[in-house]
Design a protein around this ligand. Structure first.
Ligand code: SF4
Ligand code: SF4
Ligand code: SF4
Length: 272
């Protein structure tokens, strides 16, 4: 039973956040929302312990589809970075702002880029592509994410500065068009660089928040150097080119680890 304790712990943390937000904001939505996500993540952890190979993808589909279809399309909440800026400037501490605060800004101090491995609806689609392990050296194109980040901010500022009467409607359509553009760019980059996660590495503006915060993450994979035989198998299967055998915080691409556990599964010496 001890091996299932992490699943219980994960569920308890989400349940605590659910109850705190429900009571603080007097909104039942937060109770249902965080209990749903907590159930999906703890189910994934349970399946991982049972050595089910698609555990991560199941969590990704449960959470990603819920956020994209239910919150984004049915509830018409723009959950992309533009939605975060929009609600933040409106002073509305609601779904998109809370989502960014928990999953993408402060949460990564605890669980790193767990969002990117287990919940993102963009990567949920990109992970179906065939280039699960990068098949070409990494490019120095990370600067592109800062351009997209600034453009997203300028787009929302323009909504406030120009006389746009139906900004909420614009934000809903921006969510649909923005996601279609992300999927198109993500698939194009994946095929071009033969790497499913090329979009995450070079273009995604959310990484501007995720990278610095996950540098300090409490949850991170470490290498037991007394067991490691330097075979390099872990690094060959890593979708994010992380130098995982280096335990320092400054390890190469360390802020890109999405906690997918592929390296852990691959290690023949159980050193990770
Ligand atoms: S880097 Fe961006 S697109 Fe990639 S998984 Fe993270 S949030 Fe999603
Ligand atoms: S393979 Fe290992 S180092 Fe690479 S992203 Fe997954 S968990 Fe992180
Ligand atoms: S797969 Fe294991 S033994 Fe091989 S280099 Fe990685 S941590 Fe070391």
């Amino acid at each position: 039973m001890k091996q299932y304790l992490p699943s219980l712990l994960i569920f308890s943390v989400f349940a605590a956040v659910a109850v705190i937000l429900w009571q603080t904001l007097d909104n039942l939505f937060y109770l249902v929302n965080f209990l749903y996500i907590g159930t999906a993540v703890s189910l994934g952890s349970f399946l991982y312990v049972r050595k089910y190979c698609h555990a991560r993808r199941i969590v990704q589909l449960f959470v990603g589809l819920y956020m994209l279809v239910y919150l984004g399309l049915i509830c018409r909440e723009n959950m992309q970075i533009e939605g975060f800026w929009y609600y933040l400037f409106l002073g509305v501490f609601d779904a998109a702002v809370i989502h960014y605060a928990v999953a993408k800004i402060f949460g990564p101090l605890v669980f790193g880029r767990g969002w990117c491995g287990y919940a993102c609806w963009t990567a949920m689609v990109l992970d179906f592509l065939p280039y699960k392990v990068p098949q070409a050296p990494r490019k120095r194109l990370g600067w592109m994410r800062y351009v997209v980040f600034v453009l997203s901010l300028l787009f929302v500022l323009a909504l406030f500065l120009l006389p746009v009467s139906n900004a909420a409607e614009v934000m809903f359509w921006a969510f649909i068009v923005g996601n279609l553009l992300y999927y198109a760019a993500g698939i194009l980059l994946a095929v071009l660089f033969r790497d499913n996660r090329a979009f995450c590495k070079y273009l995604c503006p959310v990484a501007v928040f995720l990278k610095p915060m996950s540098y300090f993450s409490l949850l991170r994979i470490r290498c037991d150097t007394t067991k490691c035989v330097s075979c390099g198998r872990c690094e060959r299967v890593c979708p994010m080119n992380v130098k995982i055998t280096d335990n320092s915080r400054k390890r190469e691409n360390g802020t890109e680890c999405i906690l997918c556990m592929e390296c852990v599964k691959e290690c023949p010496k159980k050193a990770l």
